[in-house]
Design a protein around this ligand. Structure first.
Ligand SMILES: Nc1ncnc2c1ncn2[C@@H]1O[C@H](COP(=O)(O)OP(=O)(O)OP(=O)(O)O)[C@@H](O)[C@H]1O
Ligand SMILES: [Mg+2]
Length: 226
């Protein structure tokens, strides 16, 4: 679950990125976050990853209160969140297999679990035939699918995707979005997807939370707010 209660975020230069933002996304729920450039969408993602702290209000994820979370706990918290970014953020010198395996190695997963799980994850995203490729040998859509497999590696309850289709062509965008919807449905993950893509949002008929200038101006099932 994700709960924003009257969240305000003011950056050090005085920019008010979010003001009085409240919404609740329950376990295994799917929601889009939409809004114009500068509306505060990525700020929501950064707060959820605890890259930034709220200025006022409360933020709770999976019963964990992010406001008073000590910094030493943050790395453990982050492992419980699967994150996908617009720019993929894969390791260029690791193969597809190694990119996913690494996420499990850093949390001390036994090698036999890694050997079993990585191929299964890459199967979910349809990349079983590309285990040995390096990121620069893949299309944008394929790289994003690796990133998605990696986000799932440690079985997080919550997946946050910030413009996951921002750097890929429309057909691949649909596939990535389909995967996110499937992961929500089949694996009971809570999924929050930040996007600009009106056509995709309209297509899926999911919950849409619309931000404008740091405020929520819409929260409904269906297409994007005009
Ligand atoms: N580190 C920062 N310091 C100061 N201001 C920031 C910082 N990051 C974002 N902002 C400002 O906060 C507001 C919200 O930014 P945010 O990145 O959340 O928008 P966004 O909705 O993700 O936009 P886009 O669609 O362009 O990605 C903007 O006015 C932006 O300029
Ligand atoms: Mg953004």
């Amino acid at each position: 679950m994700i709960e924003f209660s009257k969240v305000k975020k003011v950056y050090p230069n005085g920019t008010v990125a979010l003001d009085n933002v409240s919404f609740y996304v329950g376990d295994a729920e799917f929601a889009f976050i939409v809004g114009a450039s500068g509306a505060g969408k990525s700020t929501i993602a950064k707060l959820l990853l605890r890259e930034e702290k709220v200025t006022a209000g409360q933020l709770v994820v999976n019963e964990m209160h992010l406001n008073d979370m000590p910094d030493r706990v943050v790395p453990y918290y982050r492992r419980q969140i699967g994150m996908v970014f617009q720019d993929f953020r894969l390791f260029p010198n690791k193969t597809v297999y190694e990119n996913v395996a690494f996420a499990m190695q850093v949390v001390g997963e036994p090698a036999r679990n890694i050997r079993r799980r990585v191929p299964a994850l890459l199967d979910v995203v349809g990349l079983s035939d590309k285990l040995k490729r390096f990121p620069d040998e893949l299309s944008g859509g394929e790289q994003q699918r690796v990133a998605l497999a990696r986000a799932l590696a440690n079985n997080p309850k919550v997946i946050i995707a910030d413009e996951p289709t921002g750097n890929i062509d429309p057909q691949m965008s649909m596939e990535i979005m389909n995967l996110l919807v499937k992961i929500n449905k089949n694996n009971n993950k809570t999924v929050l997807v930040v996007t600009h893509e009106k056509a995709l949002v309209d297509y899926f008929q999911k919950r849409v939370i619309t931000l404008s200038e740091g405020h929520i101006i819409g929260d409904r099932i269906g297409g994007m707010f005009e």
